[in-house]
Design a protein around this ligand. Structure first.
Ligand code: MRU
Length: 346
């Protein structure tokens, strides 16, 4: 299995996703600020992977702080949590992970400084293991929706690289293949960071799952030609009514799918649900550096200093979503009821 992120006693180790597929380089981070920067600059990306990286960064920074009293450690811990939480705004898994680390701190408080440090490290490692298990469960639920000999279109990268392993949308595809189905994949290239062309294509090719990369603007042509049987994408945050924030361009894919009578599925763990938000209009949308649009691999593709916008996510209204595949089962409309019951106590 591809190793996206790993905890070792000396460092948090991450595969540098900015360099794939040309180079496979693992970076070691020995300081929580390095982990925060890795999340911000997308060395690691994808909602569940960001959550695990956040937890590991918090564990690393708290373990290595010089604090000797619980009060000092707590001040340090709060600053680390705030810095990690400021890295990317849309993926709710980041904030879910920070909250979980806060709860762990509280539970371990009576044991003192060393018990707190040990509990945070153990919790970060547990979150890594649980994410892989959740993805495998999601895969088993989701693969039942994928017909044999299906051509599945996906957008961005919701694979092993976007999680602790196996993937959400690509986990569903992997599980369908493991169940003996023949599956082919169209991967949207996903401008501007090219997660589809670089990462989804790399992962699926490694697993010998047939993948064809298309530019984002070609998707409509293939839907219209009847060549897409279903869509499976991941999510960064899902509101209580089932509205889904995911990589910019997902909404366009969902509209095309509906227009062409193709089911549009979202695969995401319950840690991606944000039931505090009534609908998708409340989801914060990250706007990244315009330079990511002006240049491709350092080569300028627009006139210098031209105006550009770079929203990194969009929101697909729930009416376009045929089902939401989670690690606790498959939810269908009305999502305001089905998501709440799936998110209840495990
Ligand atoms: O900007 P990114 O690459 O972090 O965006 C990733 C996505 O939009 C994924 O589809 C989403 O996080 C789900 S990953 C399992």
């Amino acid at each position: 299995m591809i190793k996206t992120i790993e905890w070792t006693d000396s460092a948090v180790v991450m595969l540098d996703q900015r360099l794939l597929p040309v180079e496979e380089v693992y970076n070691s981070y020995t300081d929580f600020r390095g982990v925060a920067e890795a999340i911000r600059t997308m060395v690691i990306r994808g909602a569940p992977a960001i959550g695990v990286a956040a937890a590991m960064g918090i564990a690393l920074g708290t373990r290595d702080s010089t604090a000797t009293s619980v009060a000092d450690l707590e001040r340090r811990f709060q600053r680390i949590c705030d810095e990690i939480a400021s890295t990317r705004p849309t993926a709710v898994n980041l904030f879910w992970a920070v909250e979980r680390m806060r709860r762990t701190f509280e539970q371990a408080r009576p044991g003192g400084v060393s018990a707190i440090r040990a509990a945070l490290v153990a919790e970060a490692q547990r979150m890594h293991r649980e994410d892989v298990e959740a993805n495998r469960r999601m895969g088993r639920f989701g693969q039942e929706l994928i017909p044999d000999k299906a051509c599945v279109l996906t957008h961005c990268n919701a694979g092993a690289l976007a999680t602790a392993g196996y993937g959400t949308a690509l986990g569903v595809i992997r599980a369908a293949v493991e169940a003996g189905k023949e599956v082919r994949v169209f991967a949207d290239e996903t401008r501007p960071f090219l997660q589809g062309a670089r990462l989804t294509a790399w992962e699926l090719h490694k697993d010998k799952i047939p993948v064809t990369v298309i530019t984002d603007s070609m998707a409509g042509y293939f839907f219209q030609s009847g060549m897409v049987d279903c869509v499976v994408v991941g999510a960064d945050r899902i509101a209580a009514n089932g509205d889904v924030a995911n990589k910019i361009g997902t909404y366009s894919v969902a509209v095309l799918a509906k227009e062409n009578g193709v089911p549009f599925y979202v695969a995401a763990p319950v840690s991606t649900l944000d039931l505090t938000l009534p609908d998708g209009s409340h989801i914060p949308i990250e706007e990244r550096d315009p330079e990511e649009v002006r240049s491709v691999f350092g080569v300028r593709v627009t006139p210098e200093n031209i105006g550009t916008r770079n929203p990194a996510f969009d929101v697909t209204p729930h009416r376009f979503v045929a089902a939401i595949i989670t690690d606790r089962g498959v939810a269908r409309a009305p999502y305001s009821e089905t998501l709440r019951s799936l998110a209840g106590p495990a």
